[in-house]
Design a protein around this ligand. Structure first.
Ligand code: SF4
Length: 369
């Protein structure tokens, strides 16, 4: 099928792997910051096609993984209230809070609905005027426009029983945190194509210049990713530090003007805690004063200011590229997708979960499975 098969073409992927081998002269660490790319890399074994000199690091590209415990706790508390219909994307349902998850609330009789779009929550609110309908707004720049649109729509029709619990985060501040760390190992980034489809990549040019490192905006299919890696290695070998756009079939430098405009209208940037990382300045999107009545924290109280309890979890080190899932002693025994202890095991797009699902042989070899 056109646009599917051509980006899965194994000969073309192998040809790029050969080109990377032919130009690589030293060790380079390249980090992707997209859970979809992490999943595709591990699932298709793209990292195993690369020469030993090229190491792929799996950064904070999964919004489910980085949603902090205190916001999950707030979601569980709101969802457990009598008069609330709590709406969420399915992958948040089993993310562990301090004590349980949203599935636990549902099995205890809570009214939880799994949705594909926040706009569906508007319809549910219209049909249930006697109840408060709360949408769990998680995600990166990719999902923020739809959340903004739901709030604008609610405002337009004068809906009073709808609100959003915002856990939305922005990628560039997390990339900057990694680069500014003393232990930074990243030589180049693959930026997430879907995020840049909304945001464009002007902000990435600032990062690239400030830290003198290549950034390649990259898609999700195997051929996209291997080409993105090739472009990053070519820049590193040439001593260049630029932003290049591998995903030009979707991404424009200026991004999606309409999406950015509604995000700017409805949200404001705030400091936000990332699970496994801690607080990152100006990395979150909160609902602006103008639309405060649609902020679930206004209706149900603020999120508690507690820190993560993933004490034995090293997901922060994995997300910042200093460790790999196999470096964690809990991987595959105490921590599995059915019983996740930390950020990078909670979603199928997390690095630990992807390694657990697609590196069975390695697990067997390590005596872990
Ligand atoms: S295996 Fe589990 S405990 Fe270990 S780093 Fe990954 S998520 Fe954390």
């Amino acid at each position: 099928m056109k646009y599917i098969d051509e980006y899965h073409n194994t000969e073309a992927v192998a040809a790029f792997a050969g080109k990377i081998k032919s130009i690589g002269s030293r060790k380079w660490n390249i980090m992707e910051v997209c859970g979809g790319q992490t999943h595709a890399i591990v699932r298709h074994g793209l990292d195993q096609l690369l020469p030993d000199e090229i190491t792929l690091l799996h950064g904070p590209g999964c919004p489910v993984c980085v949603t902090p415990v205190n916001i999950v706790d707030k979601a569980i508390e709101i969802a457990g209230r009598q008069n609330v219909i709590f709406c969420s994307f399915g992958d948040m349902m089993r993310v562990p809070g301090s004590d349980g998850d949203l599935f636990g609330v549902k099995s205890a009789g809570g009214d939880l609905r799994v949705l594909y779009s926040p706009l569906d929550a508007i319809r549910i609110a219209e049909e249930n005027s006697g109840k408060e309908v709360v949408f769990f707004g998680i995600g990166f720049e990719t999902t923020a426009p739809a959340n903004a649109m739901a709030i604008l729509w609610a405002d337009q029709i004068g809906l009073e029983n709808f609100s959003v619990l915002s856990a939305m985060v922005l990628i560039p501040p997390a990339m900057e945190l990694i680069l500014s760390s003393r232990s930074n190992k990243v030589d180049a980034f693959l930026a997430a194509g879907h995020v840049c489809t909304v945001s464009g990549y002007e902000q990435y040019e600032v990062l690239s210049q400030s830290y003198s490192l290549p950034i390649v905006v990259t898609g999700f299919e195997p051929l996209d990713i291997i080409q993105g890696i090739y472009m990053a290695v070519a820049q590193l070998e040439d001593g260049r530090a630029e932003v290049e756009n591998q995903y030009s079939r979707s991404v424009k430098r200026e991004g999606n003007f309409a999406a950015l405009r509604i995000m700017q209208e409805v949200f404001t940037a705030v400091d936000r805690t990332w699970r496994g990382f801690g607080m990152i300045k100006s990395s979150g999107l909160a609902i602006s004063d103008k639309y405060r009545r649609y902020d679930a924290e206004e209706k149900f109280g603020k999120v508690d200011d507690i820190s993560d309890k993933d004490s034995e979890c090293i997901s922060g080190d994995i997300l910042s590229g200093t460790k790999k899932p196999f470096d964690c002693h809990a991987f595959g025994n105490k921590c599995t997708p059915d019983n996740p202890l930390g950020a990078t095991m909670v979603s199928s797009e997390g690095a630990c979960s992807a390694y657990y699902s697609y590196r069975n042989l390695d697990l067997k070899k390590a005596g872990l499975k």
